[in-house]
Design a protein around this ligand. Structure first.
Ligand SMILES: Nc1ncnc2c1ncn2[C@@H]1O[C@H](COP(=O)(O)OP(=O)(O)OP(=O)(O)O)[C@@H](O)[C@H]1O
Length: 669
């Protein structure tokens, strides 16, 4: 069986076996040894002897299998984590590329041990941070003294994040208890961020409760990795930014956000604000977890203290399978910011190494969970089932001529893990900015839960084969004989040893047929499982279609309403303008009318005045008499005047007038 090591597969898949305590249990998993100097790549699982379902033996292939004795450093070196880190740092003069390292397995199989280590050993995350700071240390930009460097980092952030220096972050949390980091107040306090990022002082932790600071002396330093080398671009300067979040019940929560705690409330009751995974204005072509708190760390000590702080927030509970079982999928992000070093530094580029500690799948019966923890387990199992589907499809795609669509939108976990791998990149950018091939470490306990382990191995392995030990067939011999009865009697061999031999053959054939039946049953079971999974996908797709339809309806409705409101506004404005014009017109008319009325009113007033004056003084009649007299006098004077005028004078008067018409001009007199 060949492992599908296609270059287009998204993952290299490693299997890590954990040393088991349950020595009273039967071992169901064996590693296939390839000989001296060869690393094992195949394992076989056999159902337990008391397995009622009589399942077949299965064989799985991985990129490499790490047996129980493999330590943290061996894993770190041999999984290619160092190369992944180099890819994130980017070659000389080039931008880095995102990287992903994740652990997957049944609850209690050693995922958290692999990623986060234990009291005595460091995990892959701490080893990565150590290696990173060892090699970038001299090239790290000093944000504690350079305000402009911090401001430029804030400005370059595309995820609407709040950036802090580690000193500010840690001091504000632990200042009363101890000074875990350098005590000095960093220069970037009060720095003004650009483009949506928030500087250190804008959000204060002062209202947050004080808690006990993690102590560096309590943190393990084993295994050492001082001799490991990483290529670093010596023409660049770097900044390392740490952020952490968890996916709990399909929602994303910041692990570095100080809890908005209310006294007396437990961790479960603390109200936490879920974050969105979305494209932002500055990141239109890829999704980011928006609004995270991010901490710029200057050395390993700061980064480890920030990490420990975030881990205190992570959801953990004791179950029947694990005393400290992760109840959420933990995401630990190390952002490597890089820019060309010089008198005028270049713009920051950014690439992220994400290390994921997935929650483990579990069976309620084994884990003995109830209530909220049981509900959490349901969500965990559901998200892992979707993850399994995505992994299977992406690995099928690697060899298929017509690749399937990977259904990564089914839950937050798969969206976070896959959406940027399948995001559409503009031509030319895809090759350089596409994420690197990810590392998946599958953890398993060879003495643990057979059913849960085999399920995880089925969808994570690079290849799988169902094996049945072949027994020489005597069916043809049986079929060739006349009947079963005559077979025994008709062979002519009636001696007890001959009959025994034939009986032996017949029994072997029965065993073989039973095993074939088992394989068929197994295949049937698997097909049923596939069908169920497809049905689930179908339902999810249907509900997604409904969701999208509702979204589109809402969008169209909102657009319509907006347009209607606009039209209404326009119509109202036009109506108001027309009413104004009409009113103005009316006003003018009224004004003209008013003026007329005033004149009329004045004449009336005069009359009234006259009447008023006449009545008052008793002179009205007197004046009228006088008036009559004056008129008579005037008439007399006119008559006298007529009489005095001679005819020659009349003619002279007529002659002096200019003639303008055809007649004699006498008609004008
Ligand atoms: N390779 C290993 N070497 C030594 N101890 C191990 C190893 N793997 C796991 N353990 C121990 O087994 C216990 C359970 O491991 P761990 O918590 O890592 O499991 P897990 O897979 O993360 O479980 P869950 O999914 O419930 O969180 C821990 O006490 C851990 O220290």
């Amino acid at each position: 069986m060949e492992a599908k090591q296609s270059s287009s597969a998204l993952f290299d898949v490693f299997l890590r076996l954990r040393p088991s305590n349950a020595l009273d249990r039967e071992r169901f998993l064996d590693v296939e040894q390839l000989g001296q100097g060869y690393a094992p790549t195949h394992i076989t699982i056999r159902p337990p002897a008391d397995d009622k379902r009589k399942r077949a033996i299965e064989k799985f292939a991985f990129t490499r299998v790490f047996e129980e004795h493999a330590g943290q450093r061996e894993l770190f070196e041999r999984t290619g984590a160092v190369n992944l880190l180099e890819g994130v740092l980017g070659a000389k003069g080039r931008e880095g590329r995102d990287g992903l390292l994740a652990t997957l397995g049944v609850t209690g199989s050693g995922k958290s041990h692999t990623v986060l280590g234990s009291r005595s050993q460091r995990g892959l995350l701490q080893l990565t941070l150590d290696l990173l700071f060892q090699h970038t240390g001299p090239r790290l930009v000093d944000i504690d003294t350079s305000l402009t460097a911090f401001q430029s980092l804030c400005a370059a952030d595309v995820a609407e994040s709040q950036l802090f220096s580690a000193a500010t972050f840690l001091d504000s949390l632990y200042a009363d208890n101890c000074a875990p980091s350098r005590g000095a107040t960093p220069a970037p306090r009060g720095a003004t961020p650009a483009r949506g990022a928030t500087p250190a002082l804008e959000t204060s932790f002062l209202s947050a409760p004080r808690r006990n600071a993690p102590r560096m002396s309590n943190l393990p330093t084993y295994p050492p990795i001082d001799d490991l080398l990483v290529d670093v671009d010596d023409t660049a300067e770097y900044a390392l930014v740490v952020s952490m979040y968890e996916v709990h019940n399909d929602r994303i929560f910041d692990l570095l956000s100080s809890p908005t705690s209310v006294p007396g409330r437990t961790q479960q009751q603390k109200p936490r604000r879920a974050l969105l995974f979305k494209s932002t204005e500055q990141s239109p072509d890829r999704k980011v977890v928006a609004g995270l708190k991010k901490v710029v760390c200057s050395d390993l000590e700061e980064a480890l203290l920030v990490l420990e702080t975030g881990l205190q927030e992570r959801r953990v509970a004791g179950t029947g399978s694990n005393a400290a079982s992760s109840r959420s999928h933990g995401f630990f992000c190390i952002e490597v910011k890089k820019r060309h070093r010089g008198s005028i530094p270049g713009p920051w580029s950014s690439s992220t190494l994400t290390i994921v500690d997935l929650a483990g799948s579990e069976r309620a019966r084994t884990a003995k969970t109830a209530g909220a923890t049981l509900a959490e387990a349901g969500k965990i199992n559901e998200s892992l089932m979707y993850l399994g589907q995505c992994m299977q499809m992406q690995s099928d795609n690697a060899t298929a001529t017509t690749p399937n669509l990977v259904p990564y939108r089914q839950c937050k976990l798969t969206e976070l893990l896959f959406s940027n791998s399948f995001a559409h990149h503009p031509p030319g950018q895809a090759a350089s900015k596409a994420p690197q091939k990810a590392i998946m470490v599958v953890t398993a306990d060879p003495l643990g839960d057979f059913n849960a382990t085999s399920q995880i191995l089925r969808y994570s392995a690079l290849a799988r084969e169902v094996t049945v030990p072949r027994i020489p067939s005597v069916t043809s011999t049986i079929q060739a004989g006349p009947t079963t009865r005559s077979y025994f009697s008709g062979s002519g061999r009636t001696t007890p040893s001959a009959l025994n031999e034939e009986l032996e053959h017949a029994l072997q054939e029965v065993a073989r047929l039973r095993e074939e039946l088992e394989v068929t049953q197994f295949k049937l079971e698997e097909e049923t499982h596939r069908r169920l999974a497809t049905e689930v996908s179908w339902k999810v797709a249907e509900s997604r279609i409904e969701e999208v339809e509702a979204e589109v309806r809402e969008e169209v409705w909102a657009e319509m309403e907006e347009k209607m409101a606009l039209e209404q506004k326009r119509w109202r404005a036009a109506r108001d303008a027309e009413m104004d014009a009409q009113e103005e017109h009316l006003d003018r008319k009224v004004e003209i009318l008013t003026r007329g009325i005033t004149i009329w009113e004045d004449e009336e007033a005069d009359k009234e005045n006259i009447e008023h004056v006449g009545l008052e003084d008793g002179r009205m009649e007197e004046l009228e008499d006088e008036n009559v007299k004056l008129r008579e006098r005037l008439a007399t004077m006119e008559r006298e005047n007529e009489g005095m005028r001679s005819p020659s004078k009349k003619i002279r008067t007529l002659k002096t007038r200019k003639w303008t018409g055809s007649g004699m001009g006498l008609e004008d007199v």
